[in-house]
Design a binder for this molecule. Sequence first.
Ligand code: AGP
Length: 622
Amino acid sequence: MCGIVGYVGHQQVVPVIIEGLRRLEYRGYDSAGIAVVNRDGEMHVRRASGKLRKLEEALMLKPLDGDYGLGHTRWATHGRPTEENAHPHRSSNGRICVVHNGIIENYLELKRDLQTRGHNFQSETDTEVIAHLIEDKLRTEPELRLEGAFRSMLRQVRGIYALVALSADEPDRLITARLGPPIVIGIGEDEYFVASDIPAILPYTRKVFFLGDDEMAVLSRSAGVKVTDIDGNEIHPEVQHINWDPIQAEKSGYKHFMLKEIYEQPRAVRDTTQGRVSLDTGKIYLDTMKIPEEQFLRFTDIKIAACGTAWHAALVAKYLIEELARIPVEVDYSSEFRYRNPILNSTTLMMVISQSGETADSIAALREAKDKGCRTLAICNVQGAMMTREADCTIYTHAGPEIGVASTKAFTSQIVAAYIFALYLAQQRETLDEPMLKWHTRHLSELPVKLEKLLNSETDYEELSRAFVLSTDFLYLGRGINFPIALEGALKLKEISYIHAEGYAAGEMKHGPNALIDSRLPVVVINTLDPEDVKSRLRYEKTLSNIQEVRARDGIVVAIVTEGDLDTRESASYTIEVPPSSELLSPVLSVAPLQLLAYHVAVRRGCDVDQPRNLAKSVTVE
Ligand code: AGP
């Protein structure tokens, strides 16, 4: 999970690459580096351990200029996050350099072989062997030139990679290849970009396409972009027009991307709903649904695979689909799915949920299901990402670029997309009649305004966070459709504040977790109530008992409740109210206070909210 940027064109290369790396820093921030080649064919490299600003400081001290180059911001896999291990890595003669995201599994045997042939290595990384392999090939077969030597290198390495290489002996030319982690290419006016993700390219062009696995591309000012497979057969990928505006990828005055993205949720929900539901007729429209309509009647079961926050969205999707469409749904962590030999067949619909569309485990789960003959559907936030290219069809969330490592607006958009899909299934299988479809679509259309009201309420999360800044453990409880929200609240807190937090089904308290309760343990309980829903009332009553049991043992309770709920207010230590909503849509509202609580606790603890330690935005390695 690293950030790669390459540029060849008419602009000064250093600002383009540094700005691109800044926009990709959420992908990895252990160290950073840049290599540029100037008019005289001299290659210059600057690298620094630590955040990108360290590299910027190095460039201030010793500026560079050049016409083409590449840069990298690292999430260390092999080798400590030191300057020596920072990318770009160079060949022995210093004329070739590469940046890499992924893992070269056979690098040690390649390294030993190269060392016997006189190559001297400067780093502990797997990546460095790539530069030496290319150089070694050119030593013996110079007529291959960079493209041919690069192709030969690809046949020798084993593993996964997003690679970009350049040579000081071949001006204005970049070569890139992908197997696993993403590579996106931008087509400008007499300039070309290569990057790990769209935000790095967005300020310059909206015309992009993702390389596919086992594809490579040569970018040059003279010949433009040529895409081939490893054997050299030309490929003509479809160029997408990205409709994100560059401002969306900026902080727009917020202190952190995460806070901005929390407050963008009403817009994300609205945009994800737009054009897909009719309030007049209750009809659902999914124009990207390329699975034949009659097929929906034949599905006997649904499997959903996802990771992290997306897995929590998958758990909510299970409640939604089983309630509305009456199809059995099984949810797996993607990383577990393929190790349990799942029962899949041609009447199984396999879904993957992913913000990035590039999570390695979820791609692997999708491929496993395809190999077993399943129809496949992705819920994804990034146009053209790997999962959207491999699934039969995609329901896009329209949350815009999500930069903060902690997922927020993508999560609520995933729930909305799953809700719309559940209604679509109910419509195809006639498990809901028109009046009920209208009822659901009306509640869905009211959601953005309710979320807006909630996010602009007077609740003083900053003050509330003061009480918990020194806490060492948290417990989050929920029941029914609120159970996945308890899991999500715990993940938000732990991943940005580094406080241990655990989400639990409220009904399980007597089966063990009650032993944890004491006066130091904050217990966050989600207990909203839809008074029109009998099951909601039952769930509410049982969970209110949980709150009273915790308080009876001197536990601290932070309760998330529906506006006007006085019973819980009397029982809890702290109460946060959310607007009333239907039971099935309540998770979109009840998660927002948990996001804000986690955010303010983390800020008060001085944590790096947008780039938490040891994490990266997109986990493109297994
Ligand atoms: C959630 O806040 C984390 N950033 C992480 O768990 C994330 O949800 C997970 O890695 C899945 O990413 P994806 O949605 O891009 O597949």
